[in-house]
Design a protein around this ligand. Structure first.
Ligand code: DCP
Ligand code: CA
Ligand code: CA
Length: 364
C-alpha cells in the first residue's frame, strides 16, 4: 500500500433504538419491535422511529405513521414502544468509548455511527485490519450485547457505504484497488448525499448506478448541480474523499433520572442525584477526563426545564467535588423555585484529558 493510504473503519449499530429495547427485554427478540415517537395528540398519532428486522420484513419503516405500522402488523404479536432516548444515549456513550479505544483518531458521527482512522493500529495491513474489525464487533457484542455493521475502506465515504452494504451484523472490507468495482454497480440512490430528489434528477439524466455517474464529465455535473455539489458527486462516484477523521473530545457527560415522586425535599432529591454523580464520575475516570463545569438539570412538575451550573477554578474528576457542587446548586435552586421537581440530572462539561500527574493524595 502507498505511504498515504489510509484505513478507515465506519461502524453503524444495527436497528439501534429497537436493538437497545431488545437488549433490555430479551423476550422481545423474536417478535417485531417498533419504536415510536408518539405525538402529543394521544392515541396512535405519531411516527415510527425505527423497527427491528423482523418488523421490517412486514414492511415497517422509519418515518411511517404508527397507524400504518399497526396495520402491517395486524394479527401479529408485535411490540410497540415509545422512544427512550435516555437509554439509547447511555448505551451509545458506552459503545463510543469502546470504539475510541480502537482508533488512532475517532469521530462520532451520530448516536449510532462513528468513523475510526485505524491506519496505524492496523499496521497498514489488510489482514490485521479485518482482525481488528472483528475484534471490535466481538467486544461490542460481548460487553454491550449489541450487533453492528462495519465497513472498512481507504476513506470515510467508502467506509460508510461499505458499512451499509451488508446489514445487520455485517463486515465489508473494500481494499484500495476494489473501490471502483465496489461502487460502480450500486444504485445511484445509495451514494452518500443523493436523496430522493437528486436521485430523480439523476435518473432523468440517464444515471442509474454510481458507475454511470462516475463516467460523467465533472463540467457536465457542475452545470446541473452547481460547482460544490457537482464536484462532490464527481469525486464521490469515483470513490475520492480526502476528509480526515476529525477527533472530537466528548463535550459533556450527563445523566438524568425520574424521581419516585414529585418533591421539593433536598435530601430526597439528592439521594438520586448522588447516584447520577457516581455514574458521571465513573465515565470521567474511564475516559481519563476531567471537567471544569458541573451543573444540574431539573424537569419540574409542570414539565418546564431548569438548569444551573458552576465553572470550577480547577479541573476535577473527584466524585466528592462533583457531589458537593451539585448539592449546593440544588439547595440554591430549591430556594429560587416554588415548584416540585419531577426529574433530576447532572451534567459535567468543559472536559479535558486528565494529565499523567497523579492526584494530590499521591504526594502526601
Ligand atoms: N431514527 C429516527 N428516525 C428516523 C431515522 C432514524 O428516530 N427517520 C433513529 C432511530 C434509529 C437511529 O436513529 O435506531 C439510527 O438510525 P439508522 O438510520 O442508523 O437506522 P437503524 O439503526 O434503526 O437501522 P439500521 O440497522 O438500518 O442501521
Ligand atoms: Ca444504524
Ligand atoms: Ca445510523
Amino acid at each position: 500500500m502507498a505511504e498515504r493510504t489510509r484505513i478507515i473503519a465506519h461502524v453503524d449499530l444495527d436497528y439501534f433504538y429497537a436493538q437497545c429495547e431488545e437488549r433490555e427485554n430479551p423476550a422481545y427478540r423474536d417478535k417485531p419491535v417498533v419504536v415510536c415517537v408518539y405525538s402529543a395528540r394521544g392515541g396512535d398519532s405519531g411516527a415510527v422511529s425505527t423497527a427491528n428486522y423482523i418488523a421490517r420484513k412486514f414492511g415497517v419503516r422509519a418515518g411511517m405513521p404508527i397507524v400504518q405500522a399497526k396495520r402491517l402488523l395486524k394479527g401479529v404479536e408485535a411490540v410497540f414502544l415509545p422512544v427512550n432516548r435516555e437509554l439509547y444515549g447511555r448505551i451509545s456513550g458506552e459503545i463510543m468509548e469502546i470504539l475510541r479505544g480502537y482508533a488512532d483518531r475517532f469521530e462520532q458521527k451520530s448516536i449510532d455511527e462513528a468513523s475510526l482512522d485505524i491506519t496505524e493500529r492496523a499496521e497498514r495491513d489488510c489482514t490485521r485490519t479485518k482482525e481488528l474489525a472483528l475484534r471490535m464487533k466481538k467486544e461490542i457484542l460481548e460487553r454491550e450485547r449489541l450487533t453492528c455493521s462495519v465497513g472498512v475502506a481507504p476513506n470515510k465515504l467508502v467506509a460508510k457505504m461499505a458499512a451499509d452494504f451488508q446489514k445487520p451484523n455485517g463486515l465489508t472490507v473494500v481494499k484500495p484497488e476494489e473501490v471502483k468495482s465496489f461502487l460502480s454497480p450500486l444504485p445511484i440512490g445509495e451514494l452518500y448525499g443523493v436523496g430522493r430528489k437528486t436521485e430523480k434528477v439523476m435518473s432523468e439524466l440517464g444515471l442509474k448506478t454510481v458507475g454511470d455517474l462516475a463516467e460523467r464529465r465533472v463540467e457536465d455535473l457542475v452545470r446541473v448541480f452547481g460547482r460544490k455539489l457537482g464536484v462532490y458527486f464527481h469525486n464521490a462516484a469515483n470513490g475520492i474523499d480526502e476528509t480526515p477523521v476529525q477527533e472530537r473530545e466528548a463535550v459533556q457527560i450527563s445523566r438524568i433520572t425520574t424521581l419516585k415522586r414529585n418533591t421539593r425535599d433536598l435530601e430526597e432529591i439528592f439521594r438520586d442525584l448522588s447516584e447520577l454523580c457516581k455514574d458521571v464520575h465513573e465515565r470521567l475516570v474511564r475516559g481519563n477526563l476531567t471537567s471544569c463545569s458541573v451543573g444540574i438539570v431539573a424537569v419540574m412538575e409542570n414539565m418546564s426545564i431548569q438548569s444551573r451550573s458552576r465553572t470550577l477554578d480547577f479541573p476535577t474528576n473527584e466524585l466528592e467535588t462533583i457531589k458537593e457542587v451539585c448539592c449546593e446548586l440544588l439547595e440554591q435552586f430549591l430556594k429560587e423555585s416554588t415548584l416540585k421537581v419531577r426529574r433530576i440530572g447532572v451534567r459535567v462539561a468543559n472536559l479535558g484529558k486528565a494529565s499523567a500527574q497523579k492526584s494530590l493524595e499521591d504526594f502526601r
